[in-house]
Design a protein around this ligand. Sequence first.
Ligand code: APR
Length: 235
Amino acid sequence: MTRPKSIVVLTGAGISAESGLGTFRDKDGLWTKYDLNDVATPEGFARNPVLVHDFYNARRRNLVEAMPNAAHVALADLEQRFDGDFLLVTQNVDDLHERAGSRKLLHMHGELLKIRCEACDAVRAWREDLDLATTCPACATTGRLRPHVVWFGEMPLYMEAVYDALALCDLFVSIGTSGQVYPAAGFVADVRRRGIAHTVELNLDPSDGFSLFAEKIYGPATEVVPTFVERLLKS
Ligand code: APR
């Protein structure tokens, strides 16, 4: 591998699996226990906000107990030691990348430790349970708060910045994602279309888009990511 000048890394739930945070589509994944239409759509929230708050409150409590793992730490290390352009785009709503030290980071699906008010659009950091009696810290409206996460059918965040970085990168690395959810699942095809970037998949199992990657390394993220980062920094 020649030393890249500009790297984009995409992560998914698989990178946080070994920190005890469930993935979505694996055996025992969240979507085998919950109907995503009930807990991860605006329509589901309108239908039954109590069910949705319970779902995210449980995930938030789980998150504050979790710790970053060796894969999160390796990516923060890469960001600090790499002298070229670097951007980490995560589909994850957990804060384990930040806690590992990542800073050049975009949460395209939002953040679990933030809430948004549907009355005034304010976004605030939030670590407690949320329910219909909670009052917005910005506009004092009650019962209009929701987790600051992107639900199915809603526009992902920071997409202009993400596509700008994808348009310039010469190395695209995808870690711990099944490649089933767009637009993230389409990034590798976008990058390949330009024909100059090297593309690498690091995952436990082949993703839906595995055939589009020039290089594939399979195994637990805590093993394959630190090894890959060391190899990259030596290149
Ligand atoms: N190390 C590396 N990869 C792993 C590990 C691990 N320890 N454990 C699981 N994986 C891989 C699985 O093989 C799978 O390909 O992580 C992937 C997890 O896939 P999903 O559960 O589909 O999660 P993700 O791709 O992040 O989902 C995308 O869908 O539900 C929505 O908004 C949600 O951001 C999420 C999006």
